[in-house]
Design a binder for this molecule. Sequence first.
Ligand code: FES
Ligand code: FES
Length: 154
Amino acid sequence: MKITLKINGKMRVVEAGPGEILLDVLRREGYKGAKFGCGHGFCGACTVLLDGRPVNSCLLLVGVVEGREITTIEALGSVDKLHPIQEAYLDAGAVQCGYCTPGFILSTKALLDEKPEPTEEEIKQALDGNYCRCTGYVKIIDAVKLAAKKRKKR
Ligand code: FES
Ligand code: FES
């Protein structure tokens, strides 16, 4: 069936099966930043923003999100021009293998859009649904604090 999705501000008509999950459709359409991790809503590797809020795209049937605003990591920056949150993650040393990073960055964006100066506790709560196997989280929390500072300066 054909479904109209609003991805990163652009309307896209995509072909999808009735039981397909959003993650599979996004990746097939070239939005490869969202990753498959657990497939059960535990790891956050598949995080995208839906109407500005982080969601696990592995759990969402694509038909449910028709017409809603989907934001993937591809909307944030490019290799030539990184988004300030991406810069902050690099500057803080919060990226190792990078598999989890798009999900963390999107969760960070949602947090800072709502709370430009979050406390450490608020950062931990906001990133609670994102797992990282490499960094140990300390540098990720530093990255969010740095991103908040960069944002304030602008
Ligand atoms: S792949 Fe979606 S939460 Fe793990
Ligand atoms: S940087 Fe490797 S899982 Fe997070």
